[in-house]
Each structure stands twice: as C-alpha cells, then as structure tokens.
Design a protein around this ligand. Structure first.
Ligand code: AHR
Length: 516
C-alpha cells in the first residue's frame, strides 16, 4: 500500500465554492441517512442480536453498544429483513414463543439454518430503542398476498381483529407505527426472477392488500431497478395510475426503489477492501460518483410520468461491495471498512442532497458486519468498532431535515478514470435556522486542496470545522487500533467573503457556520 505524500496547494490552485446562504432550495430528508440490516452472515446474529442470555451487554437480547452507536448517528430508519432474504421470509415463523419457532433455511446467504430468534417483535424493539422508523420489506417472491396483508394487520391494527389479537397473545398490546413498506426486493433477480411488467402487475396487487390501518398510513415502495435499468423504472411508473387521488398520495404504491453498489472495478472484479492500489482508489471513487448519473436518469424517467414529483425514489441499497475478507465465510459478505469507504459515503451524500427533491430515502448496506457496515463487532470479545463510514454519518447529522443549498464550484481539479471524468472535490451544504453545514471531500490521494468558501446572503457569526482523514488510504479501525476518527480542524480562516479552508488529501472536512 503506497502512502501518498501530501503537499499544500498554493492559493492560486484554490477551488472557489459559492454558497448563497439565503437561497435554500429543497428539504434534505433525514431518511437519506437510513440503514439496512438483513439476515445475512453476522449482521443480525452475532451483530445486532446476541440473545437475552448473552454475556455481552444487551437490552432484551439486542446488543447495547450497537443501539447506542445507532442513536449517536440518529439512524432515522432501518430496513429489514432483506434483501434477498425478504422474499424467502415467512413472518409467522418469527413471532410467538422463541423456543418454539420453526427453523428455516437461509438459501441466499450460506445455506445456513436460521432459528428465527430475531423476528418481528425483536426488530421493532430495536427500532424503538434506536429511535429509527421501521421499513419492512414484505415477501412478494415466495409469499402470498394474504400473508403480506395479515402481517400489516398484525403490526398496525389497534382493535380486536384476528391478527391484532394474535399480536396481543404474543405480548404486544399496542400496534406499532410502521411507516415504510417494501413490496418485495430485487424482483428481477433473487426476488423472483421476474420481467418488469409482470412484477409491476404483482406490485399493484400486493400493494392493494397492504392496507393502511387506523392512523398508520403506509408508504409503499415497489422493488425497483438494478443500477441503470431505466426500463424497469419506466414499467413501474406506467403501473401507477393514481397520481392525483383524493388524499394526495399516488396509488397503488408511493415510491420506487433502485439498488446500486460500488465495486473497485466491476461486479465480477470487486477488488479488496484493504491493500488496494492507488488506481483502485480512483476507480472505486469514480464508480461511486456514478450515482449522480443514475439518479439523474431514473429521475428523468419518473419526471415524464410524474411531473409534480409525487412518487419518491428510494435508494434502498447502496454502498461498497468488495471481496469478502480471507478466512471468513464468503457468503457472509464481511469486509473491512477504510478511509476509502468513508469518502464513498461522503460523495454519495453530496449526490443525495442534490437529488433530494426526488430521492426521499436511502439505506446503506448493511448496518453491522456486512458490506459497508457502520459498525463491526469482534466475534470473540464482542467489542464494537465504529468504522470510518460511521463517522461520516455522524459528521453529517446537521444535514438531517435541513434545507439544501447549492454549492457552485469553480476550479475543480479532475482526472480521467477509464471513460469518466472524476471531479476530485465534492461538496454540499445545507442550512437550518441560524446555522449552515458545508461538507467537503478531497478525493485526491496525494494533494491537499484549498477551498475558498464564498458565503453570501447572511452574516457569519462564527465557525468550526472537523476533519476525517488518516496517513494511509486504506486506514481502518479495529478493536485494538483506531486509525480513522474525526478531529477538530484548524486549517480554516476567515476571509472578506467567507472562509478559507484546506481540505487535506484523501480527507473529509465539515464546516459548521453560525449565522447572525
Ligand atoms: O445487500 C446484499 C444483497 O444485495 C441483498 O440481499 C440484495 O438485495 C442485493 O443483491
């Protein structure tokens, strides 16, 4: 692993970033900072769930340190139980007396036997403890319409309907609030291998019976496209026929999703999570930046059918997907998480912020011990490690539900990475009340970048900055060594028109501005 030698950028090479603080554009939903936890590898079992007889500190079987960490980043929602697992999952197997629950085969992820210890009640208890809103993916691929309909009734019905009565017999009197409902997952692949029009028809049917009970208004999300399958998005948009119904919500589903992962090279050549080359640094970040094009083009298709933007776009799986770590079960998708992952996350958030008029939610895959996890747990000691990606989520908390501000960048260096031009500086900004937050990512592996923030429209009363970087591109955290965590950043100064900030090579800086 080469360690690049950073050089200070002379001011004449500075990038100018113009931000009109008094011209807020659209709301950045906190749900763009959502998470996804599937029954896969050590994500749930051994990650989130330790069981109530565990020596590891827990609340009702849920690992305390995971709950606390997810609270620290104000995790707004959590998608569960899959992923591919969702279309194999039969919810009745995961309720009632835990000892009596039937076992099942997790065919997608290692063909392991699953004992259903973590089911509906455990998931919703986790959401309550974290303060996250549940996003449940129902089973379309191998389930029935009645099964999905009854799960919704079980979860959200207040009276003495058959399913509400069953829930009570399992110890939960009040219904839960379940705002987000997925109509299957990846229906074009593991979720049933369907053609777009076939799935679109099924999504209409399942959505009809996934009812809103009492005050629980379901936001139904149709299983969307793989990466750049714009025809899939178009088929789903054609299937929506109630864009202007009486209650204002499109029918039969209110959003469509899309999945797009980041690999070092390609799906077939994912590359390693650590020990990568500088060339792979560039290809990975270039692949990540493609999210902008994907969202632009999916949104364009949606705009054609829905010019008033009533149907949401949900990126309910994103993040890095590298080769599994050697010595681990390859079907468990365990990978280390480095500074490179942190910058993949920070540039995704800049992109999500820009597209937040259409993009209403996003879910990083996957919360603990799987793919681009925010947390890793040590199998022996149970110690929990906050990954570099975790810290980006934490540093960006100020963007939750804030108003997006345009950032006009002038003089951005770029480099050619295969057929794409990769901008080496990424930025976004938002404001709420008397403060603004500016996020700046320097993708250059070796060169610091000076950014002249031209802050217009409001007076600056104060400022502070934080940085996330490390000496190596593949620096990461482990139970016995923390290499990447945020620190206060002092390479920032007041200028006549705003602030002069140095963003270190391969670094991420957030600037909090207090407004008069
Ligand atoms: O996140 C891992 C898997 O990736 C999910 O189960 C599936 O939806 C996607 O292909």
């Amino acid at each position: 692993m080469a360690t690049p030698d950073p050089h200070h950028a002379p001011p004449e090479h500075a990038t100018r970033a113009i931000v009109n603080l008094d011209l807020p554009r659209h709301r950045i939903s906190r749900h763009l900072y959502g998470h996804f936890a599937e029954h896969l590898g050590r994500g749930i079992y051994g990650g989130i769930w330790v069981g109530d007889g565990s020596p590891h500190e827990n609340v009702d079987g849920l690992r305390t340190s995971v709950i606390e960490a997810l609270r620290e980043i104000a995790a707004p929602n959590l998608r569960w139980p899959g992923g591919c697992f969702a279309d194999d999952y039969h919810w009745r197997d995961g309720v009632g007396d835990r000892a009596a629950r039937p076992h099942m085969l997790n065919s997608n992820w290692g063909d392991v036997v699953e004992d259903n210890a973590f089911g509906t009640h455990e998931f919703l208890r986790l959401c309550e403890l974290v303060g996250a809103e549940p996003y449940i993916a129902g089973n379309v691929g191998s389930g029935t319409v009645a099964e999905m309909s009854e799960w919704v009734e079980y979860l959200t019905r207040a009276d003495d309907s058959p399913m509400a009565a069953m829930r009570r017999s399992h110890g939960r009197d009040r219904p839960w609030s379940v705002p987000f409902w997925g109509l299957g997952n990846e229906a074009w692949g593991c979720g049933g291998g369907m053609r777009a029009d076939h799935y679109a028809a099924l999504a209409r049917q399942f959505a009809t019976y996934a009812r809103s009970h009492g005050g629980n208004e379901l936001y139904r999300i149709a299983a969307g496209a793989n990466i750049d399958d714009y025809a899939w998005t178009e088929a789903l948009m054609r299937a929506i026929d109630g864009l202007e119904p009486v209650d204002g919500a499109p029918r039969p589903f209110q959003a469509v999703s899309v999945h797009a992962y980041t690999h070092a090279r390609s799906w077939k050549d994912k590359g390693r999570a650590t020990g990568f080359t500088v060339e792979e640094w560039y290809t990975t970040l270039s692949n990540a930046s493609r999210m902008d094009e994907l969202l632009t083009r999916h949104s364009a298709v949606m705009q054609h059918y829905d010019p008033h933007g009533k149907v949401g776009l949900v990126v309910d799986e994103w993040g890095t997907w590298f080769e599994p770590e050697s010595g681990t079960n390859p079907h468990f998708l365990f990978q280390q998480n480095t500074l490179r992952d942190a910058l993949v996350a920070s540039i995704h958030f800049d992109i999500f912020h820009r597209h937040a008029q259409r993009v209403v939610m996003a879910n990083l895959a996957q919360t603990v011990n799987v793919l681009q996890a925010v947390l890793l747990t040590d199998a022996q000691t149970g110690a929990v490690v906050k990954t570099p990606t975790f810290h980006v989520f934490e540093m960006n908390r100020g963007h939750h539900d804030a108003w997006a501000l345009d950032v006009d960048l002038v003089g951005v260096p770029s480099t050619r990475v295969r057929e794409r031009e990769l901008a080496l500086l990424s930025a976004s900004a938002s404001t709420v009340g008397d403060s603004a937050l500016v996020s700046l990512t320097n993708l250059d592996p070796a060169q610091d970048r000076r950014v002249m923030l031209d802050l217009r429209g409001r007076e600056i009363a104060g400022f502070s900055a934080r940085v996330l970087t490390a000496s190596r591109l593949d620096a990461h955290n482990s139970p016995d060594r923390t290499e990447v965590e945020p620190e206060p950043w002092s390479d920032i100064a007041r200028t006549d028109s705003g602030l002069d900030v140095v963003v270190p090579a391969h670094g991420y800086v957030t600037v909090k501005v207090d407004l008069a």
